[in-house]
Design a protein around this ligand. Structure first.
Ligand SMILES: Nc1ncnc2c1ncn2[C@@H]1O[C@H](COP(=O)(O)OP(=O)(O)O)[C@@H](O)[C@H]1O
Ligand SMILES: [Mg+2]
Length: 253
């Protein structure tokens, strides 16, 4: 882990009514690392990501115990401003969902909601976000055309740019390449690697290979339990737990 811790998860459990989807999770995520959460379907990966910016608050019948800290902020403190929290911790979903408007307006959408911004400043914000998402060179000559005409991989990078325009600190990615072809997948992975220089990234990878290509550290989840965590090279080549070994060697999916 990098020197500085960004996220601390302490004895965290999450329930959908009486069903326990996360069991006593303890995990530290360092600043400016890519941390992968991997495991079979229904192991609680999405629930954990959504807990990190309290998107789980929207679930009727959902409740948690334990704590999650972002720097020194206890994010479940009743005094926390949710809009601010979700600006600091942005989430990219599996399927890209650009708004039916121009490329420029998609990226400018969030900053405009914050209040009126001089035109020149807004253009700077949009360009910076598109550059960080490694999309600028591909779209700079058609910023005012519809975002819906972009390819799937470009749309996903646009969604990343939309979040970057809000100046987040942490980016959550939930299988961001699941609908993409190999070339688009490679472009997203390249973007992730670039983003790591400035942001803390928590990634639910598309598969184990993706985790080993881009992540620094990883945690294996199974049935809501965190089985083990560690540096990627260790967890994929010398797992400590038999269940991790069985999963990474393909004995079960
Ligand atoms: N909104 C929901 N209501 C009830 N149960 C849910 C809901 N979302 C997820 N679950 C259950 O919680 C468990 C973990 O789901 P999820 O976090 O989506 O896992 P993963 O992302 O690893 O596939 C699963 O058993 C799933 O059925
Ligand atoms: Mg999921």
């Amino acid at each position: 882990m990098s020197e500085q811790r960004k996220i601390l998860i302490e004895d965290f459990s999450f329930y959908y009514d009486s069903f326990q989807a996360l069991r006593d999770i303890n995990l530290k995520i360092g600043a400016k690392e890519i941390f992968a959460i991997f495991g079979p379907a229904r192991s609680g990966k999405t629930t954990l990501l959504k807990s990190l910016n309290r998107l789980t608050d929207l679930i009727f019948g959902g409740r948690h115990s334990g704590a999650i800290f972002l720097d020194d902020l206890n994010i479940y403190d009743p005094k926390v401003n949710l809009t601010q929290l979700r600006r600091r911790v942005g989430m990219v979903f599996d399927l890209p969902t650009p708004l039916p408007m121009s490329i420029f307006d998609n990226v400018a959408y969030g900053p405009r909601l914050k209040g009126s911004i001089p035109k020149r400043r807004l253009s700077e914000i949009v360009e910076k976000a598109l550059r960080s998402a490694v999309l600028w060179e591909e779209v700079k000559d058609r910023l005012h055309t519809s975002a819906l005409r972009l390819s799937g991989g470009q749309q996903q990078r646009l969604c990343i740019a939309r979040i970057l325009a809000l100046e987040p600190e942490v980016l959550l990615f939930d299988e961001p390449c699941s609908g993409l072809d190999p070339i688009s997948t490679a472009s997203i992975e390249e973007t992730l690697t670039q983003l790591k220089k400035e942001y803390t990234i928590v990634l639910v990878p598309h598969n184990i290979q993706q985790a080993s290509r881009v992540a620094d550290r990883a945690a294996f989840f199974l049935n809501g339990e965190m089985v083990e965590e560690g540096p990627v090279f260790q967890i994929f080549t010398r797992p400590r737990d038999k269940r991790t070994e069985d999963y990474v060697t393909g004995k079960f999916g």
